[in-house]
Ligand binder design. Structure first.
Ligand SMILES: Cc1cc2nc3c(=O)[nH]c(=O)nc-3n(C[C@H](O)[C@H](O)[C@H](O)COP(=O)(O)OP(=O)(O)OC[C@H]3O[C@@H](n4cnc5c(N)ncnc54)[C@H](O)[C@@H]3O)c2cc1C
Length: 265
C-alpha cells in the first residue's frame, strides 16, 4: 500500500505582493496567502496514485497557524489527513532548518513515498526536496511528470528539454513534481464536509517534536539574506501598429532605427 506524505507551503500570493521601497523587504501585511500552486500539483500526483493503487495521503506544512486554510483546501481535494508544524521556535528558518524539521516530522510517520512540489513562488530555491531526501538518506528524482507502480517499484518519468527519462525506484523514495505538468483537481464539497466532521488536522509544535533549538529556526540557519534590491521597472511605450504584415515590418524597422536600436548597413 502506498503511504504518501506531501509537503505543501503556505505562501503570500506573490501576484499581489508589494516591496517596501525604504527597506526593500516584502510587505506581507494584508497579503492573502495561498497554497503554493506547484504544491497542488504534488497533491494531485499523490491523489492520482491513490486513485490507481489505493493508499493514504498525509499532507504536511511548516507554517504559521493561518495555513490551516491551506490544509483544509487539500483535504477538500481528497487528502486523508494533515499535519500543521507550527511553533515560534521554527521562525526565521532557512531551507536547511526547514528541511530538517520536515524530515524529523516525516521520520515519525509511516510512509513509503514523499512528494514535493518543484519549488515555491515566494522563495523559489528548490532546495527543500533534495535536502529532505538527504536527511532521510532516500533516493530522489526531480522534475517528475508521471509516476506509476510496477512490481512493487515506483516508475517515474521526467521530461527534459530534449529527452524523456524513466527511472525505477525502490521505496521509500522522494520525488518532486515538475511544475505545470499536472492540472490539480477541484475541491469537493463532500470531502470538505468530511474534513470538518472528522477534523483530521493535527498540530505539532516543538514540544511534540523535541528538536534541538540549535538545529531549528534562526539558530539552525546557516544562511542569511543580507539585502533585497529591486530591479528598476523599465517603462514601456506600448505602441501598437495595426495593418498588414508588410506595412507592420516597415513601421517596426523605422521605429527601431529612430530609437538607435537598429542600423542598416
Ligand atoms: C536566513 C533566512 C531566514 C528566513 N526567514 C524566514 C521567515 O522568518 N519566514 C519565512 O516564511 N521564510 C523565511 N525564510 C525563507 C525560508 O527559508 C523558505 O521559505 C523555506 O526554507 C522554504 O524554501 P523555499 O520556499 O525556497 O522552498 P523550495 O525549496 O523552493 O520548495 C520545494 C518544495 O518543498 C516543499 N516545501 C517547502 N517549504 C515547505 C514548508 N514550509 N512546509 C512543507 N513543505 C515545504 C514544497 O513541496 C515545495 O514545493 C528565510 C530564509 C533565510 C535564508
Amino acid at each position: 500500500m502506498l503511504k504518501m506524505v506531501v509537503g505543501i507551503k503556505w505562501v503570500p500570493n506573490t501576484t499581489s505582493v508589494n516591496i517596501d521601497p525604504k527597506t526593500g523587504t516584502l510587505v506581507r501585511e494584508g497579503i492573502p496567502s495561498v497554497v503554493n500552486p506547484h504544491d497542488l500539483e504534488a497533491v494531485e500526483m499523490a491523489l492520482r496514485l491513490k486513485d490507481e493503487y489505493g493508499g493514504r495521503v498525509t499532507v504536511i506544512t511548516m507554517s504559521p497557524p493561518s495555513a490551516i486554510a491551506g490544509l483544509e483546501h487539500v483535504l477538500g481535494m481528497g487528502a486523508d489527513e494533515a499535519i500543521l508544524i507550527s511553533d515560534r521556535a521554527f521562525a526565521g528558518a532557512d531551507t536547511l532548518a526547514t528541511s530538517y524539521v520536515l524530515a524529523k516530522v516525516i521520520e515519525r510517520l509511516d510512509y513509503n513515498l514523499i512528494i514535493f512540489g518543484q519549488e515555491t513562488i515566494d522563495s523559489s530555491t528548490a532546495h527543500v526536496g533534495a535536502q529532505v531526501a538527504s536527511w532521510l538518506d532516500l533516493p530522489y528524482i526531480y522534475y517528475v511528470t508521471h509516476a506509476e507502480l510496477r512490481d512493487g517499484k515506483l516508475l517515474v518519468r521526467r521530461s527534459l528539454e530534449n529527452a524523456r527519462e524513466t527511472y525505477e525506484l525502490d521505496l521509500p523514495a522522494l520525488i518532486s513534481v515538475a511544475m505545470h505538468s499536472l492540472n490539480p483537481r477541484r475541491v469537493k464539497a463532500s470531502y470538505k464536509l468530511r474534513a470538518k466532521l472528522e477534523n483530521p488536522i493535527r498540530t505539532w509544535s516543538n514540544q511534540v517534536l523535541g528538536l534541538d533549538p540549535e538545529c531549528i529556526g534562526l539558530r539552525g540557519s546557516p544562511t542569511a539574506l543580507s539585502k533585497i534590491e529591486m530591479v528598476p521597472k523599465v517603462p514601456r511605450k506600448n505602441e501598437v501598429f495595426r495593418g498588414d504584415a508588410r506595412e507592420a515590418a516597415k513601421w517596426l524597422v523605422e521605429k527601431l532605427m529612430e530609437e538607435g536600436l537598429l542600423e542598416l548597413g
